[in-house]
Design a protein around this ligand. Structure first.
Ligand code: ADP
Ligand code: MG
Length: 262
C-alpha cells in the first residue's frame, strides 16, 4: 500500500528527517512513535502529500505521491490532523458532508448517494442528535468524533492520524481507537497513526516505527519496540516493562526519579 524509500527532509539548514525507510501493507495498523520534535508530524505531512520531501520516494499503491492530483489523492488518503477541528460556525452534518468533496463535480454534485453515506456515518459515530449543532458548541471529544466522521466520509484506502487521542480522557481515547480499529477491520483500510502513548500503540498497532531526532531507531512489532533499554535511549527515562494481562502485549510502567534529560 505504502512504500517509503530513503526519505530526507530539511527546512533551510535544519535536518528534520534522515534515511527514513519502511513499507506498510494493505490493512495494516502502523504506528509512528518518538519523542517531541522527533519529526513524526513532518513524516505524516510528507506521506499525505501536504509537503514535499527533500529527497527520497513515497509510493502509494506503487505510484509516487507527487504524481497524484489533489483530488485523486483525497480519494485515497485521508488525514486527521493533530489539532481537532477549529470551533467554527459549521454544523456537525455540514462538516461530515465536506468529507465527500473528492467525489463531487465542480457544481458540488455527486453521482452516488451522498446523503445515505453521511447518515450512516452520523449513526455510527452517534452524532445524529448533534447533527445540526454548530461546532463551536461541542466539547473537545465531540469535535474529535466529528473530525473522524469527516475523514470516514472520504472513504480512504489509507488513513493518516496525527495523535488522534491527545486531548481526550481515557474513556474517549479507547472509544476513538476502537472506532478507528473497527472501521479499519470492516473496510480493510490501512492506518498509519502517530501516537505518543506507547501503551496505546502497543495494543492497537501491528507494527511500529520509532524515530528519534529524525532517524529510525527501531522498526518492528510492539515486542521489538517496547524494550526498556530502547525506550531509555530514546526518551531518557527508564520504564518497567510488563505484560498486559488481557492482550498479552508489552506495556510500560513509569517510575519516579528516572529522568536523565538535562
Ligand atoms: P513531532 O511531531 O515529532 O513533535 P515535528 O515533525 O512537528 O515533530 O517537528 C520536527 C522538527 O522539525 C522540530 O524541530 C520542528 O521545529 C521542525 N519543523 C517542523 N516544521 C517546520 C517548519 N515548517 N519549518 C522549520 N522547522 C520545522
Ligand atoms: Mg507532532
Amino acid at each position: 500500500m505504502l512504500q517509503v524509500h530513503q526519505l530526507y527532509k530539511s527546512y533551510e539548514d535544519a535536518k528534520v528527517l534522515e534515511e527514513i525507510q519502511f513499507s506498510v501493507g494493505k490493512g495494516e495498523f502502523f504506528g509512528i512513535l518518538g519523542p517531541n520534535g522527533s519529526g513524526k508530524s513532518t513524516l505524516l505531512k510528507l506521506l499525505s502529500g501536504i509537503e514535499r520531501s527533500s529527497s527520497g520516494e513515497i509510493l502509494l499503491e506503487g505510484k509516487p505521491v507527487e504524481r497524484y492530483t489533489r483530488k485523486q489523492l483525497s480519494r485515497s488518503v485521508a488525514v486527521l490532523q493533530q489539532e481537532s477541528l477549529p470551533p467554527v460556525n459549521f454544523t456537525v452534518k455540514e462538516v461530515v458532508e465536506m468529507g465527500r468533496y473528492p467525489y463531487q463535480n465542480w457544481l458540488g454534485e455527486e453521482k452516488g448517494n451522498q446523503a445515505a453515506i453521511v447518515d450512516i456515518i452520523l449513526h455510527k459515530l452517534r452524532l445524529v442528535e448533534l447533527q445540526d449543532r454548530s461546532l463551536q458548541f461541542l466539547s473537545g471529544g465531540e469535535r474529535q468524533r466529528v473530525a473522524l466522521g469527516k475523514v470516514m466520509a472520504q472513504q480512504p484506502k489509507l488513513l493518516l492520524l496525527d495523535e488522534p487521542t491527545t486531548y481526550l480522557d481515557i474513556g474517549y481515547q479507547i472509544q476513538m481507537m476502537d472506532r478507528i480499529k473497527a472501521w479499519q477491520t470492516e473496510e480493510k483500510m490501512t492506518v498509519v497513526a502517530v501516537l505518543h502513548d506507547l501503551n496505546l500503540a502497543s495494543i492497537y498497532c501491528d507494527r511500529m516505527l520509532m524515530i528519534h531526532k529524525g532517524r529510525t531507531v527501531c522498526l518492528g512489532t510492539p515486542a521489538d519496540i517496547m524494550r526498556s533499554e530502547l525506550i531509555e535511549q530514546v526518551y531518557g527515562t527508564t520504564p518497567i516493562i510488563v505484560e498486559h494481562p488481557v492482550h498479552q502485549l508489552p506495556q510500560i510502567i513509569l517510575q519516579q526519579g528516572g529522568s536523565f534529560i538535562e
